[in-house]
Design a protein around this ligand. Structure first.
Ligand SMILES: Cc1cc2nc3c(=O)[nH]c(=O)nc-3n(C[C@H](O)[C@H](O)[C@H](O)COP(=O)(O)OP(=O)(O)OC[C@H]3O[C@@H](n4cnc5c(N)ncnc54)[C@H](O)[C@@H]3O)c2cc1C
Length: 598
């Protein structure tokens, strides 16, 4: 059976030693998040993840969701009870403003504990995950009445939420969307159409489901300019606010799919369902983007979360499984063979995953902190800088951490040899679950295009220049620090490659946009390497400071941190040169062959 232990010490190291959370005491909600309080909350989340969510992960994968003749959907055994404990613990509202029933704590804390929960049970955590996205959209774009009507029940998890964009003929290109909204005299709309692939679309864990649906109002312009966003509840709230009349929305089927079997991915049929406009007419994509940006961070988190769970199992297995002898002589002479962890190639795999997970976690929490600053700081300039960095980091985080999440779930599976391919160890589930994160919330190719086509040039390149400066300044400020020079040397080289690739795009992609498209995925990964490399340099600095101050029982942890960081710098960072070379080869060869020659 698979194992999982929430890495609380890793989280605390990033929050306290690297990001210095106490420096943000002036932000609303942060003063309550003292180091002790944060550790206590992380500990409680760890307990819930290990003891409640994780035990129903493998069984949920095996059982899946079932749909009844009447369109109702039953989640796997144990999910409802686990979700109830999650809900009763107030986890859904951890970072939601107190005015709507939340606790107003930092989003970075919500993100940190969200990792444990998604590691423990990604499928189950998608039900509240989509609810959180829907809450964010209603908070920003909903009317006061909508906020009063829907938010408290969604924040306490009595009602859950969904996000309905995709239709059979329209996924990435939402301009093709056909679902129709017809205005009614009472100000509501009649919504008709079919949505597919809707996560958590129907289930038996909540009293009501609040669908956020993109649709085109009759007579609205074609393309993305004519799309509006609607609240379509499964049950229309009555005068007392409780679920009343059944609305014209139903689950037509559950999709059969590769992974996340515990999450009901539904075909949703809207048959003159009553819907209520959120925000302005034809501005639905703006409103949905609030939800999507939040969700993209949450999907990046899923990539890390699954890779972490897979890593823990692979490391445990590598210590136990005996096979062959160490190249440098037996390490367990009393046994008939050595444990496979003595083999350098097994260590290569484990350290690759570990180095990405620890660097990725720092990147994730750094990004979540930018979100806190962007939404809570009193100083406008500070808010703007953080918002720039958040916008730039989001596609990189989503694309890179989920590509790595899948690669590393496979790498961890490889450590098990044939036993990884057999279902009972759970490694196959990690691989299958991790795969979807590369696809939904905008396939990773689209994240790369968002980065190159939109985020790079936004506001005259303000965000990218600010980040390059921050990383360059870090290298410069620490130039005299001998103990850090190994890290800054590699980081500087990676930054040079990234800056050169950025310049190449400026010179070669304006006139020939295919050059941008051809290099976009490599650019996203090049950027990811540099940002995670920057996180490693900061972690190394923090680890060295901790050791210099007398680390006590934390000493082995901090020394191992430096070893893992060195591995990242010497074994992973050099990939920046390869990525840059690919980008600079341009689109010509790629576009040379006729479509029918493929
Ligand atoms: C399990 C699961 C859960 C999901 N949950 C939800 C949900 O809750 N709500 C929801 O609305 N949707 C959901 N989706 C849908 C998901 O977001 C889409 O599948 C995804 O956005 C891609 O759309 P598509 O499948 O139509 O692929 P397409 O848009 O057809 O894309 C196919 C390929 O072409 C590439 N491509 C497309 N356009 C371009 C372009 N202009 N330039 C370069 N490359 C391009 C894409 O990157 C992709 O690799 C879910 C999907 C799955 C499988």
């Amino acid at each position: 059976m698979p194992i999982y232990k929430a890495p609380v010490n890793e989280t605390m190291f990033v929050l306290n030693d690297v990001l210095g959370l106490e420096r943000y005491n002036n932000l609303p909600g942060f003063a309550d998040a003292t180091a002790d309080m944060v550790e206590a909350i992380a500990g409680e989340a760890a307990r819930l993840s290990e003891e409640v969510l994780f035990p129903v992960n493998l069984s949920g994968d095996q059982e899946g969701c079932t749909r009844g003749e009447d369109g109702s959907v039953r989640v796997p055994k144990g999910f409802k009870e686990a979700f109830n404990l999650y809900r009763e613990g107030g986890w859904l509202g951890l970072a939601v403003p107190e005015a709507f029933g939340g606790q107003g704590l930092p989003y970075v804390l919500h993100t940190a504990v969200g990792e444990y929960m998604s590691s423990a049970n990604m499928s189950l955590m998608m039900y509240p995950g989509l609810t959180q996205g829907a809450i964010a959209a209603i908070l920003v774009h909903g009317s006061d009445a909508q906020k009063r009507e829907y938010l408290p029940k969604m924040v306490d998890g009595t009602w859950t939420g969904t996000m309905n964009l995709t239709e059979p003929h329209c996924g990435t290109d939402l301009g093709l969307l056909r679902t129709k909204a017809v205005p009614q005299k009472d100000g509501s709309y009649r919504i008709s159409g079919q949505k597919i692939f809707i996560s958590a679309g129907e289930h038996d864990m909540a009293e009501n489901i609040v669908h956020l649906v993109l649709a085109r109002i009759e007579g609205a312009p074609e393309g993305t300019k004519g799309i509006s966003l609607f609240i379509v509840p499964k049950f229309l709230p009555g005068a007392d606010g409780e679920p009343d009349k059944r609305n014209g929305v139903s689950c037509g089927a559950i999709e059969h799919k590769m992974g996340i079997h515990g999450n009901a991915t539904c075909v949703m049929n809207y048959d003159e369902a009553t819907g209520f406009l959120i925000g302005a007419e034809n501005k639905g994509l703006n409103a949905m983007f609030v939800m999507m940006n939040e969700a993209r961070l949450g999907v990046g988190l899923q990539g890390l979360a699954v890779a972490e769970a897979a890593y823990q199992n692979a490391a445990h297995y590598a210590r136990e499984r005996i096979q062959g002898r160490s190249l440098s002589g037996p390490k367990a002479p009393d046994q008939r063979a050595d444990p496979i962890i003595v083999h350098p190639d097994i260590r290569r795999a484990l350290l690759t995953i570990k180095a990405w997970n620890e660097g990725g976690r720092a990147f994730l929490l750094w990004t979540a902190l930018q979100s806190d600053i962007a939404h809570r700081a009193s100083d406008e300039k500070e808010r703007q800088t953080a918002d720039d960095l958040l916008g730039l980091a989001t596609p990189i985080l989503k694309g890179v951490l989920t590509d790595k999440g899948f690669d590393h779930a496979v790498m961890a599976q490889q450590v098990y040899g044939g036993h990884g391919y057999i279902e009972e160890h759970g490694m196959s589930q990690f691989v299958r679950d991790a795969r979807i994160a590369m696809i939904y919330e905008g396939a990773n190719g689209i994240q790369a295009l968002d980065l190159v086509g939109r985020k790079l040039g936004m506001n005259g390149g303000r965000a990218v220049m600010a980040l390059f400066k921050e990383i360059g300044d870090f290298c410069e400020d620490n130039r005299g620090d001998e103990s850090l020079s190994f890290f800054t040397k590699h980081l500087k080289k990676g930054l040079n490659d990234l800056q050169a690739a950025t310049m190449w795009f400026m010179q070669h992609a304006m006139a020939k946009p295919d050059n941008a498209g051809a290099g976009s995925t490599d650019y996203m990964h090049l950027f990811g390497l540099v940002v995670v490399g920057y996180m490693w340099a900061r972690m190394a600095k923090a680890a060295q400071a901790g050791l210099a101050a007398g680390a006590g029982e934390r000493e082995p942890f901090l020394r191992n941190k430096l070893i893992t960081g060195r591995f990242f710098m010497e074994r992973i960072m050099p990939e920046t040169a390869l990525r840059k070379a690919r980008i600079e080869s341009g689109a010509e060869t790629m576009m040379a062959m006729a479509a029918d020659a493929f």
